[in-house]
Ligand binder design. Structure first.
Ligand code: ADP
Length: 238
């Protein structure tokens, strides 16, 4: 991929921000994980499966995945009003849709699996970071899964396709303005979540999806290592 476009932080167009993952960070939860991409930090904690209350919300066919996304008041420089918002409700729903396809919820009739996602620090890409943390936390909680889910935001800045947009890039106003495309996919390559904010033609969209695929592969390796390390630690070896 060649381009003369310069990203504000000097990254290559296909370069993720520095990122890391850790599993098992909330002792009281049944499963937990942290995912950081640059200045964006997400923590996910899983509670359950447990009986769904109230009873009329129970699904006798399968368990329910209930995600709650929350951006902490202090996660951005100007304090955000605490509590749910339209945005947090939308992202909670999207997170459920991104993760449900890999979960074997038919084993948990009438039960609920609660996933609480907290954004401790936000510099764009928080829904993707939250999904990455939640997928690891669900695996850590021992919820049966067919595959892992990895998530990244790709976009178009000044006609150039780039990966993992920072807040500064999301606010880029040159030309048509930025296009932001958060995508989540399984390791086997099935897209479970796709959003598009802005304009893009079909050729560049295909390029963006390819870039997301390549980036999710890198994220998957880090998620896998974090999960493996958590098992090694509980084994008490070394
Ligand atoms: P995402 O975080 O998934 O990219 P958005 O595109 O809605 O989702 O938000 C982009 C970024 O804008 C966030 O990561 C955060 O840095 C900032 N942001 C979002 N909502 C607010 C808010 N209410 N106050 C201040 N900054 C915000």
């Amino acid at each position: 991929m060649t381009s003369s476009f310069k990203r504000p932080d000097g990254r290559k167009v296909d370069e993720l921000r520095e990122f890391e993952a850790k599993v098992g960070i909330v002792p009281n939860a049944d499963g937990s994980a942290m995912y950081r991409s640059g200045e964006t930090i997400a923590i996910a904690a899983v509670y359950g499966p447990k009986k769904m209350h109230p009873q009329h919300s129970q699904n006798p066919e399968k368990g329910t995945l209930r995600c709650t996304y929350n951006m902490n008041s202090f996660s951005v420089s100007e304090r955000i009003r605490p509590g749910p918002s339209r945005r947090s409700t939308e992202i909670s729903k999207i997170t459920e849709w991104a993760l449900e396809p890999v979960l074997m919820l038919d084993k948990f009739q009438n039960m609920v699996v609660d996933v609480h996602i907290n954004i401790i620090q936000a510099d764009a890409g928080t829904r993707c970071a939250g999904i990455n943390a939640a997928a690891m936390a669900l695996a850590h909680a021992g919820i049966p899964m067919k595959d892992m889910v990895s998530s990244v935001s790709v976009g178009k800045l000044d006609k150039t396709i780039v990966v993992d947009l920072s807040k500064e890039e999301e606010d880029y106003e040159e030309g048509e303005g930025p296009t932001d495309i958060p995508i989540s996919m399984t390791h086997s390559g099935d897209i479970t979540h796709f959003q598009l904010d802005g304009k893009i033609d079909s050729k560049q969209l295909m390029e963006a999806v390819e870039l997301a695929k390549k980036s999710c592969e890198q994220i998957y390796e880090v998620q896998k290592k974090a999960l493996k390390d958590s098992i090694d630690l509980t084994g008490g070896e070394d």
